[in-house]
Design a protein. Structure first.
Length: 214
């Protein structure tokens, strides 16, 4: 949960920061450009869903292999204030994903250096476990959130990117997703579809992390 709160806070703060860079200070004035999790906590996405998934992961359910994921309180933006609105919409939409990928990359690099240089053997037992646990979870959590948010279902960021790049003729499809996206997303989560998407990517990254390590 500590890592999840950090990942969600970075994700939402990145949305707010990017929107401010394009001329909209709505989220900035509301104090959303911060890593303080209090500013970004969503009752369902940050608390209820992660707790439910944690419980379900310890029993025989489709969620057993899915990493703990969630989302934060939506970051308010005013597109009317944006400069270069088409570019701004895409950049603000993917800013959170990029923030999660940055945190995952940082965790990956630190872990790789520690494994390649045998730093882990020079750490005391009481220090080694929490450091490795934090870094591994930061890698997996942020990578999972980045993939999760690329899905084209509201309220996820992938739907906003689609809204920017698809032609007007696809508007009815987007309206349908807007209306039923959250329900579809919950059904996919229950069916274990997220595991099919997320787990293979995580396995590849973990294999890269182990590569060349004796």
């Amino acid at each position: 949960m500590v890592v999840l709160l950090l990942a969600i806070s970075a994700h939402e703060a990145a949305h707010a920061w990017m929107s401010h860079k394009f001329g909209d200070d709505t989220a900035y004035l509301l104090g959303r450009v911060t890593l303080n999790p209090v500013a970004h906590t969503h009752v369902i996405g940050t608390l209820l869903i992660p707790v439910m998934m944690f419980i379900l992961s310890h029993i025989n359910s489709p969620f057993a292999a899915i990493p703990l994921i969630g989302w934060g309180k939506p970051t308010p933006v005013n597109p009317l204030r944006w400069r270069n609105k088409d570019v701004a919409n895409i950049m603000v939409s993917i800013a959170g994903i990029l923030a999660n990928l940055l945190l995952a990359t940082i965790a990956f690099v630190i872990l790789k250096i520690m494994l390649m240089t045998n730093v882990d053997y020079r750490l005391s037992g009481s220090t080694q476990e929490p450091i490795f646990l934090f870094l591994i979870q930061m890698l997996i959590m942020n990578l999972s959130l980045a993939i999760f948010n690329l899905l084209p279902f509201p309220p996820l960021d992938g739907s906003r990117v689609l809204d920017s790049i698809l032609p007007a003729s696809m508007r009815p499809v987007l309206d349908l997703l807007e209306q039923y996206g959250f329900i579809i997303l919950l059904m996919l989560m229950y069916a274990g579809f997220l595991d099919v998407i997320i787990s293979p990517v995580i396995r590849i990254v973990i294999d890269l992390l182990r590569a060349g390590v004796r």
